[in-house]
Ligand binder design. Sequence first.
Ligand SMILES: Nc1ncnc2c1ncn2[C@@H]1O[C@H](COP(=O)(O)OP(=O)(O)OP(=O)(O)O)[C@@H](O)[C@H]1O
Ligand SMILES: [Mg+2]
Length: 496
Amino acid sequence: MSESAIEARSVQRVYGSTRALIDANLVVAPGEIHALLGENGAGKSTLVRILAGLEQPDGGSVTVFGTPMSRASVADRTGRGMSVIHQDLGLVEALSVADNIALGARYPTRFGLVTSERVRRQAREALALLEIELDVDRPVAELPPAEQAIVAIARALRVGARLIVLDEPTARLHADEVRVLFARLDRLREAGVACLLITHRIDDVLRVCDRVTVMRDGRSVGMRNAQELDRDELVSLIVGRDTAKAHSGTRARPVPGAAVLELREVGAFGYGPVSLSVGEGEIVGLTGLADAGHHQIAQTISGALPATHGRIEVDGAPCALASERDAICHGVRYVPADRLVDGLAPNMTAAENLFLAGPQRGLWVRHRMERRATRDALEQFGVRPPEPDRELTTFSGGNQQKILLARSFLQTPRVLVLHEPTAAVDIGARYDIYDLLRRRCADDRCGALVVTSDLEEATSLCDRVIVMRAGHVVAELTGDSLALESVTQLAYGGTI
Ligand SMILES: Nc1ncnc2c1ncn2[C@@H]1O[C@H](COP(=O)(O)OP(=O)(O)OP(=O)(O)O)[C@@H](O)[C@H]1O
Ligand SMILES: [Mg+2]
C-alpha cells in the first residue's frame, strides 16, 4: 500500500489555559478528497497550522508522504508537495492578483529580472486552471471575497501541489463558484492530488468528498466514508447531539408591517434598476450567483456604493445614503461580509469589539454595563469560549463571526443588512442564530435584508427571497413557492 499523504497521530496543542488540541488523529490517502469537519473552535485550523509547519505541536506526530515533519519548515513541506490555504487566505491585499499568485512560487524571471508580462501570463494560466477569468492587474483588495478565495486557490495550484489543504475555501463562495472549484478538485483527484477540505457546508461535503474526519473539542471523534453517511447523521456527529429540533422546517411566517426599507428603481455600478422593499418584522433574502449584483446592492444600502439613480426610503422618508455614516444616521445597520477588513478590530478584546460604536456614558457605569452585556451577548450567540477579555485573534474564525453578529444585535436599527451572515459559522450555531434573528425582527419590528450567496440559507432563514441575475431581480418567492430547488433553478437562469 502506498504511504499516506498526511498522517497525524495524537496531536496536542495548548494555548495558555486553552487546550485547542487534545488528541487529534487524521489520515489522508493520496488522491482522495477528505473533509475535516467540526463546530467552531473544535481545533480544525489549529491542526492545519501544525500540518503547515506554522506552529509546533505540544505532543504527537505528523508525517507528510511518509516523511516525519517534526523539524520541517513551511518550505520543506512545499517541497514535499503540500500547499496550504488558510482561513484568512494569506493574500497581500495591496498587491495585484498577478503578484499575489507569483508570491506563492518563485517570481518568473528573465536574465535575473522579474518581467511583469510573465508574471501576468502565469497568473492568467493559473486562473485558467480554475476556469476563471480575472483582471490580473487589479489589487486583491478591490475583489469581492469570492474572487479573493479563487486567487488563493490558483496560487496553491501553481506550485504543483500533490496535497492541497483548504481551510474553508467555500465559506464566502457562491453556489456557481463552489461548483467550479469542486469540479477542479475532482479533476485533481483523478490526477492523484489529495485534498483536505475544511468547510461548514455539509451538503457540499456529501457531494464531493470521499471520507470525512469529525473533530469535537480538540479530539477527532470519527472517520467515515462519505457515501455511508446521510445529512442528519453527519450533523449529529458534528454537534454531538441529535439535531432533529434544530431544523424543524415549517414555521409561522410573520405578517410584515409597513415598509421600513424601500428601493425604487435604484441602480449603481453593477446592477439596476432594482425595486424592492423590506417590511417591519420581516426577513427578506437577496441572493443569486457571483455576478448577480446582490453584493453591490448591500453596499449601496450600507452607503459604500452610492446609487447613481433611483430613490431609497427608510420608514417612508427618502434618504441619500452617500456614506456609511449616512446609513447609520438613517437607522441602517450593516454587517459586512469581511469581518476583518471593515468589521472588527483584530487586536482588541471581544468586549472592546462589541462596544466600538457603543453609547457614551460615564466611564464606570459604562464599564459595568458593557461587561454584563458582553457576557450575555457571547452566551446568546454561542461564542466559545465566552470570555469578554480575550483578544479577538485568539477566537476561531467562526467565533469571530458570531462576535460580529452579536455586535449588530446590541444596537436597535430600523433596518439590519446582513451580508453573508453565517459564512464560517458551524451548522449547530447557525440555526440558533437564525432563531435569534427571527425573534429580534419580531420583537423590535425592525426589518432585515439578508444578502447571501448560500441558497440554502436564503430558503431556510428568510420569509421572502428575492433572486437576482445579471443585475436584475428575476423572481420573488414566498410561502409555498419558497423552496431550495426553485431558488437554485432561478439563480442559474431557469424558470419555475
Ligand atoms: N493564538 C491563540 N491563543 C489562544 N487560543 C487560541 C489561539 N488560536 C486558537 N485558539 C483557540 O483554540 C481553539 C481551536 O481554534 P481553531 O481556530 O482551531 O478552531 P476551528 O475548528 O478552526 O474553528 P472555526 O470553525 O471557527 O474556524 C479555540 O478555542 C480557539 O479559541
Ligand atoms: Mg478555523
